[in-house]
Design a protein around this ligand. Structure first.
Ligand SMILES: [Zn+2]
Ligand SMILES: [Zn+2]
Ligand SMILES: [Zn+2]
Length: 348
């Protein structure tokens, strides 16, 4: 069994290669994340486990040696699974709110813990939901990868944020947030500490980003208030997605935080959602131009998609209230925007 990193000298990126990973189960008979299995036991509400089929591991071995320009390194790192609820079904808008808060605290604690390993450079929590995204287990869960390198997408974000900071003496993300809030066209929901919006430069039809309005770098920098308001905006956002077409919408949710060590004060914690639908019955397939050139095409105006998401948000707020959860923030009313009015809200 081997877990290794192979260097792509053309793209300048690592590929994680593991020899035994393909044998991982696809929909086992019995859910391994439900309480009462040898791994899960009983008496928990949110549980962190080691991934049973990790792409990276601390005792990683390579299958070959480096030779010529082909560099190989052990696939050192950690792959964790965070089970968000003992209940077999659910999403971030239906699991108990206490679970959601605890889940976010755990992501912060795990990040801090994994970063204490000097070999680990970057910790990335993410959540894949839905069979369309290839999720083999439907029990609500997320994953955490602790990587021995900074991933390329983060490197690009870091580079542009650093350049912007050098030129303007201001955080790029704080600036984007300020501009989105001033323009108001793409803002979806705001509570005391966080704002969600569909970015001007969205690549996925219903892509949504969530920024803390306070300049923080890591999940572990959030205090209990920060956790509470982040849980709130995640709950509202996921509920909005699930109301968009009135079915449980598949999505990818990613936490982008600063690398483990070093001075990255110009960076800013944020969450990105990539749903794969472009309409109720149509998917956005990243195909030739996206994969072959890393150029995304967007087949509508993002501002039109905002109107759809705002309508779904109204339904989400009502859905959550009916189930006993009062959203802590305000939504931007879609009809006000369509009428060209100023930012107002029915929920303040
Ligand atoms: Zn289960
Ligand atoms: Zn900032
Ligand atoms: Zn990002």
């Amino acid at each position: 069994m081997s877990n290794e990193l192979r260097w792509n000298p053309i793209l300048g990126t690592w590929v994680i290669v593991s020899s035994k990973r393909e044998s991982r189960p696809w929909r086992e008979e019995k859910c391994p994340f439900c309480p009462g299995t040898p791994e899960t036991g009983y008496g928990w509400d949110v549980l962190v486990l080691d991934n049973r089929f990790p792409a990276l591991r601390p005792d990683a071995r390579t299958s070959v040696e480096s030779r010529d320009i082909y560099r190989v390194e052990p696939g050192y790192g950690y792959c964790k699974v965070v089970i968000e609820s003992p209940e077999h079904e659910g999403d971030l808008d239906t699991i108990p709110i206490e679970n959601l808060r605890k889940y976010l605290r755990i992501l912060g604690e795990e990040t801090a813990k994994l970063c204490r390993d000097k070999e680990i450079c970057y910790v990335i929590p993410f959540r894949n939901k839905g069979e369309l995204i290839g999720v083999s287990l439907t029990h609500p869960h997320s994953q955490i990868y602790a990587l021995p390198f900074i991933p390329p997408r983060i490197n690009i974000e870091l580079r542009n944020a650093r350049e912007f900071y050098k030129e303007h003496n201001e955080c790029l993300f704080c600036h984007i947030l300020g501009f989105e809030e001033k323009e108001g066209k793409r803002v979806l929901y705001r509570n005391k500490l966080f704002t969600s919006f569909l970015p001007f430069f969205a690549m996925w039809p219903y892509e949504v980003h969530i920024y803390p309005r306070k300049h923080v770098l890591h999940l572990s920098d959030l205090d209990s208030g920060g956790i509470e308001y982040l849980a709130d905006i995640l709950r509202v956002t996921v509920s909005m997605y699930n109301r968009l077409f009135d079915f449980s919408l598949p999505y990818i949710m990613i936490f982008h935080q600063a690398p483990c060590r070093g001075n990255y004060n110009y960076y800013h914690l944020h969450i990105e959602f990539y749903p794969v639908h472009r309409a109720r019955d149509k998917l956005k397939y990243p195909a030739g131009i996206e994969w072959g050139a890393w150029v995304f095409t967007y087949d509508d105006l993002p501002e039109n998609k905002v109107a759809e998401l705002r309508y779904a948000l109204q339904k989400a707020v009502e859905y959550l209230r009916d189930r006993g959860y009062s959203p802590m923030g305000r939504i931007i009313s879609w009809y006000t925007y369509l009428g060209g009015g100023t930012l107002t809200s029915r929920y303040s």
